[in-house]
Design a protein around this ligand. Structure first.
Ligand SMILES: NC(=O)c1ccc[n+]([C@@H]2O[C@H](COP(=O)([O-])OP(=O)(O)OC[C@H]3O[C@@H](n4cnc5c(N)ncnc54)[C@H](OP(=O)(O)O)[C@@H]3O)[C@@H](O)[C@H]2O)c1
Length: 345
């Protein structure tokens, strides 16, 4: 427990700092183009909170923001160059300042959630994208949770409407979203089958999957086994093949999948599924994660109770972010990579 004096001293030190170290790119690059350098500390608007960052998380969204691919996303994040030069989304840390309209936080609070530019010593976050960090949750665990865990929870519940006793197939069970999906589906009472590559079978088994399928060893979508709910997180299987492994009234939730093309990222697969769905008995769905504290709070309950434990392959410092993103792109990461920003000592 920190004393009031310690918290005040930390807040004062934060107020003095003009610059901070951050992982930066001034244009869309691959991992070789990332720099760790001093930049201005971010300002905050009325609805924002300034966080002294303790840890951050690496995820596929960060890779897309780094490269600006698929190109369609540049309409939102900057056409010719990124509007936000500092990389990073997932965050945990301590609040050091709050905007005039902020009501849920005050300086000294320990928080986690989503902050654009979290690979830095300080990050500005919308109040609506943060929650209080459970006291028993380590900083690194909190820092890899909101995006991947929040996506998995929303896919299973709000979109997939999972019920206890259902048979659930998680395609991409060894990755960022999948390692949460397996654990959450088990916590919600489902019978869970996880699909992954040979090298990661042990990880998926260790997080409680009832059955694990190595996708290199045969066609798991041939219809020999069928599922009430399929979460399609990796591999970009066609909708027709995924439907073969669904029960007659089962639900397919398309979460994502890489290598869909540089222009749109292959969003056509999701669109085709949504157009087809009203004409068949199976439900074919897709969604974009709601980045809102109500979602993150639901996830925090599972983290606090220990029902879900983030799978962290390793923790890197800011200079290690480039290698972490190379490993993510190459499919080498088991679960998540955390980024430790050791600026509090
Ligand atoms: N809808 C949304 O709002 C939302 C939110 C977050 C993420 N996403 C998207 O979801 C996708 C996954 O994100 P992530 O963070 O979990 O990525 P990740 O950590 O890189 O995991 C990718 C997963 O896909 C699996 N995979 C790769 N090739 C496969 C194949 N041929 N067959 C079956 N599985 C295969 C991987 O298994 P192995 O490593 O064992 O090969 C791994 O489990 C990304 O495209 C991301 O952009 C969408």
């Amino acid at each position: 427990m920190r004393t009031e004096l310690e918290t005040t001293q930390e807040t004062d030190r934060a107020a003095d700092a003009e610059y901070m170290q951050a992982v930066v790119r001034d244009r869309y690059v691959n991992a070789d183009g990332l720099e760790v350098r001093a930049v201005d500390r971010p300002g905050i608007s009325a609805g924002q909170v300034l966080i002294h960052v303790r840890a951050a998380g690496v995820d596929r969204g960060v890779w897309h923001l780094m490269t600006g691919e698929p190109y369609a996303m540049r309409l939102a994040v900057g056409l010719s160059k990124p509007k936000q030069p500092v990389l990073g989304l997932d965050v945990s840390g301590r609040v050091v300042a709050v905007g005039a309209d902020v009501t849920r936080f005050q300086p000294g609070d320990e928080v986690f959630g989503i902050a654009s530019g979290s690979f830095a010593e300080y990050a500005a976050a919308d109040e609506a994208k943060l929650v209080h960090k459970p006291a028993n949750l380590p900083w690194e665990h909190a820092a890899v949770a909101a995006i991947s865990g929040g996506t998995a929870l929303q896919a299973l519940t709000d979109v997939g409407d999972v019920q206890a006793g259902q048979r659930v197939l998680v395609v991409g069970a060894s990755g960022g979203v999948g390692t949460y999906a397996v654990q959450l589906a088990k916590a919600l009472g489902a019978d869970v089958t996880g699909v992954c590559s040979t090298a990661k079978v042990d990880v998926v088994r260790s997080i409680g999957a009832d059955h694990v399928i190595d996708y290199t060893q045969g066609d798991y979508l041939d219809g020999a086994a069928t599922y009430d709910l399929i979460l399609d997180i990796g591999g970009r299987n066609s909708v027709a093949r995924l439907r073969r492994a669904l029960t007659a009234t089962g639900t397919l939730v398309i979460v994502g999948g890489e290598d869909g093309g540089r222009l749109t990222g292959g969003i056509g697969r999701q669109l085709r599924a949504m157009v087809l769905s009203p004409f068949i008995r199976q439900n074919l769905k897709s969604f974009i994660q709601k980045e809102h504290h109500t979602q993150i709070e639901r996830l925090a309950e599972h983290l606090e109770s220990g029902a879900v434990v983030p799978v962290i392959e390793r923790t890197v410092a800011l200079p290690g972010v480039a290698d972490a993103l190379r490993d993510l792109e190459a499919g080498r990461v088991r679960g998540k990579i955390a980024v430790s920003v050791r600026n509090h000592e």
